[in-house]
Design a protein around this ligand. Structure first.
Ligand code: NDP
Length: 765
């Protein structure tokens, strides 16, 4: 006779299937054309959508052509004015109606999502659908409060939105709800594998009485997405792979289209010795085995402190062996089907390569059958350079490495080109917050993982993209302010290089570059002449030196806002004392005022504590980017320099600045003020010379984290295109600003000088 413990161990789960009939009835005899201008149009070319758990066909949907996309954009454009004109309250009622209708159809949405995507019904029912509903409620609120909370801002107009297949309905909600709340109209392209819940949502738009053309949905594959990027839209919001994100960055360069990118990740999951190890093991289940690991922010690299590594790994293997892989509609399934056989092959291919490179594979059993089921996998005994540690696998595969000290944990965590999320496990809050401040990630969960809420900003750093979704910060991505109202800028007249030693009657003084707190001769040894002055002709090498110097000045990003304010006040004071030495005279007094203004902000543009569902402190912390490039405006050589460089450093960035080409003297003369004002060497670096070439070098530089370009259209285009390498955010403005008015000290300078890090701190005794 077995003991009670043995009996419990022998017990298995019985099947607990959710009926598919509600979704099958909805799909029956339905033909799916695009949803344009409030109606489904007759489909032309179609393709089959399949159930990844069975391989069976679910529906046929239309393949969107460039003409279909153009029609949808036309409808969205037609509706844009009317929608934007509605009061916030009126738009809120529409969003609220959509939330209510989604809530009423929760079961249909959940079953349809699981059939289409392969995710367990427990997840679609308890996570995807309720969160999608929450997004519409939350954003109904933002619509209501828009005029009060975002004064002076307006919607972009028509937004093209492209979403992936891992959270089809939730990604739709993340995109559509804020766009509509802000007063935009949208054309959405769902992923080719998973378009069905978007089409069900389209029906709700009709039922909710949403004005025609406000939401348009065009189905299709990557070609449809590419056509939407090329179309006459005002903004592109994309979630998907970093490769496609790069293509979109290049395609939108110079078009004036606003852009937000939410891309891939390779997020660390750090377990410290003092962590609750059982909780951390459950954390891994939620980090990488949730949604088959098809999660951009999945904790896919476990880093565990050496002294607990063996215990932790053994417990993790035991837990992994108990995961149930199988029918997504069974309520006791932990891991459903991978979205498509192509994705399954990709996962297997990457795991094979990881094993060839020396990793040891541990995996749990997986059912046989026609569906694309993938075993949960753990890879151990591998180095940081193993492909499984460098590539986003987008499957239920996690790697495990060890570390000794917190410093090593941070180093390993940041040893990736991505920066989407991180999960930290420790019972020591001091350690947790210290590590949270050091990891390069847009979202950090402490003793938790994959926590989401409509009121918590989500988005990446580095090659994980830019822009935030959710909360106040996410609303800003769908709003713009028209502050650059001047004429299109012209490129400065070409300059001609002189040997640096050249001197003539017209040349009375040799100036130098300012790099790392010292005056430096340009590497090429050439200069150019401007109104009697000899100006150093900086080049690629000088930019590289300046970036290096800026890197070394990293202490500036860690000092307190109060410290930075003191330095900037001193700078303002010194500039005032030396006002007579500076020209143009009409800019000097204003430049002093502006310096005081940005000094005032240095310790005040701080973060927020967001109210999210559940017992959490959810912090939205504003962090500097690190090293920024600033191409200062031609048109106001002193005031423009001060107005752009100072807010960037006030927020803790170190800057490589390229001043006006035609009149760089005031900026070069500023080095004396910087020197006497305790600005540490390397915080401001000044490189003069051919602006277009210097801009491109900064745009391409992998160690420059953000770039501001106030220049002619051609230079702006080139900067955006060349930024696709490390996907740095670029603020490119080809229209002149009135630097002497409010536009010269707009809140945008602060907003664009920081990136938000969301830190979730759950609590409970
Ligand atoms: P993609 O980045 O290709 O897909 C995302 C969306 O973009 C889909 O709607 C896709 O259409 C569309 N798209 C594809 N090509 C273009 C283009 N040139 N211009 C505009 N839109 C385009 O991801 P995949 O679905 O192909 O997955 C590939 C890999 O990307 C995965 O294995 C995974 O590693 C990663 N991925 C990462 C995601 C994330 O959120 N971080 C999400 C999804 C995938 P279509 O579906 O028809 O291809």
């Amino acid at each position: 006779m077995p003991t009670v413990t043995e009996a419990l161990q022998m017990m298995d789960y019985g099947p607990a299937p959710e009926s598919a009939s509600i979704a099958q009835d909805w799909l029956k005899d339905r033909s799916f054309g695009h949803f344009i201008n409030g109606a489904f149009i007759k489909p032309g070319e179609t393709f089959a959508v399949t159930n990844p758990a069975t391989g069976g066909e679910l529906a046929h949907v239309a393949q969107g052509s460039a003409e279909d996309v153009a029609d949808a954009v036309k409808a969205a454009r037609g509706a844009a004015k009317g929608w934007a004109k509605l009061s916030g309250g009126q738009r809120a009622r529409h969003l609220y109606a959509l939330a209510r209708l989604m809530q009423k159809r929760e079961r249909l949405f959940a079953v349809l999502e699981s059939l289409d995507n392969g995710k367990p019904i427990r997840e679609s029912r308890d996570i995807d659908v309720p969160l999608a509903v929450r997004h519409f409620y939350h954003h109904a609120g933002w619509a209501e409060l828009l005029a009060d909370e975002f004064p002076g801002m307006r919607p972009h107009g028509v937004c093209g939105q492209i979403i992936p297949w891992n959270f089809p309905l939730l990604m739709l909600a993340w995109k559509v709800a804020p766009a509509l709340a802000a007063g935009n109209t949208v054309v959405l392209k769902p992923a080719e594998y998973t378009p069905l819940t978007a089409l069900l949502f389209a029906e709700l738009c009709i039922e909710a009485g949403l004005p025609k053309g406000v939401v348009n949905i065009v189905t299709g594959d990557g070609r449809t997405g590419a056509a939407l990027v090329e179309a006459e839209v005002d903004k592109i919001a994309f979630t998907g792979s970093t490769e496609v994100g790069r293509l979109i960055r290049q395609a939108t360069a110079g078009t004036g289209k606003a852009l937000t990118l939410e891309l891939g990740g390779k997020s660390p999951f750090i377990v410290f010795a003092e962590a609750d190890l059982d909780a951390a093991v459950e954390g891994v289940v939620d980090a990488i085995w949730f949604n088959q690991g098809e999660v951009c922010c999945a904790g896919s690299r476990i880093l565990v402190q050496e002294q607990v590594a063996e215990t932790f790994t053994n417990r993790l293997k035991a837990r992994m062996a108990k995961l149930r892989v199988g029918d997504p509609l069974d309520k006791s399934t932990d891991i459903g089907a991978v979205v498509h056989t192509t994705q399954l092959e990709r996962i297997r291919g990457l795991v094979d390569q990881a094993v060839q490179q020396g990793a040891v594979l541990h995996q749990a059993p997986v059912p046989n059958g026609p569906g694309s089921f993938c075993a949960p996998m753990l890879l151990t005994d591998l180095g940081a350079a193993n492909i499984a540690n460098t590539e986003e696998i987008f499957g239920p595969v996690v790697t495990l490495m060890t570390f000794r000290t917190p410093g090593e944990a941070v180093e390993l965590a940041n040893n990736t080109r991505y920066g989407l999320a991180a999960s930290l496990w420790t019972e020591n809050l001091t350690t947790a917050l210290d590590i949270a401040s050091q990891v390069k990630a847009g979202v950090v969960w402490i003793n938790g993982t994959n926590m989401f809420d409509a009121n918590a900003p989500f988005g990446g750093m580095r090659e994980s993209g830019f822009g935030r979704e959710g909360a106040r910060e996410g609303m800003l991505a769908y709003l713009t302010s028209d502050e650059a109202t001047g004429k299109e800028r012209k490129a400065p007249a070409p300059l001609s290089a002189l040997p640096a030693s050249a001197s003539g009657d017209a040349v009375d003084r040799t100036r130098k570059l300012y790099i790392g707190g010292a005056q430096k001769r340009p590497d090429g040894g050439y200069s150019y002449a401007v109104d009697g002055a000899q100006i150093p002709l900086g080049g690629r090498k000088d930019i590289r030196n300046a970036v290096e110097a800026a890197h070394k000045a990293s202490g500036w990003s860690r000092v307190t806002g109060h410290n930075r304010a003191q330095v900037l006040y001193f700078l303002a004071e010194n500039l005032n004392a030396r006002a007579r030495d500076f020209a143009p005279k009409d800019e000097v007094a204003q430049a002093v005022e502006r310096a005081f203004y940005w000094a005032a902000w240095a310790d005040k543009y701080d973060g927020k504590v967001h109210s999210t569902t559940g017992p959490n402190v959810t912090l939205a912390i504003k962090e500097p980017f690190g090293v920024m490039g600033v191409i200062c405006p031609e048109e106001a050589p002193l005031l423009g320099f001060v107005s752009t460089v100072l807010p960037a450093i006030a927020m803790g960035n170190r800057v490589v600045a390229v001043p006006s080409q035609a009149n760089p003297v005031p900026a070069l003369d500023l080095y004396q003020v910087l020197d006497t004002s305790d600005v540490p060497g390397g915080v401001v670096n000044i490189v003069t010379g051919p602006r277009a070439e210097l801009t491109d070098t900064l745009a391409k530089h992998d160690d420059v984290a953000a770039l501001w370009v106030f220049a002619d259209a051609e230079t702006c285009l080139s900067a955006e295109r060349h930024s696709a390498g490390n996907l740095k955010p670029v603020w490119a403005e080809s229209r002149a600003r009135d630097w002497s008015g409010p536009a010269g000290q707009s809140r945008d300078f602060l907003r664009r000088a920081v990136q938000v890090k969301t830190v979730w701190v759950p609590y409970g005794a």
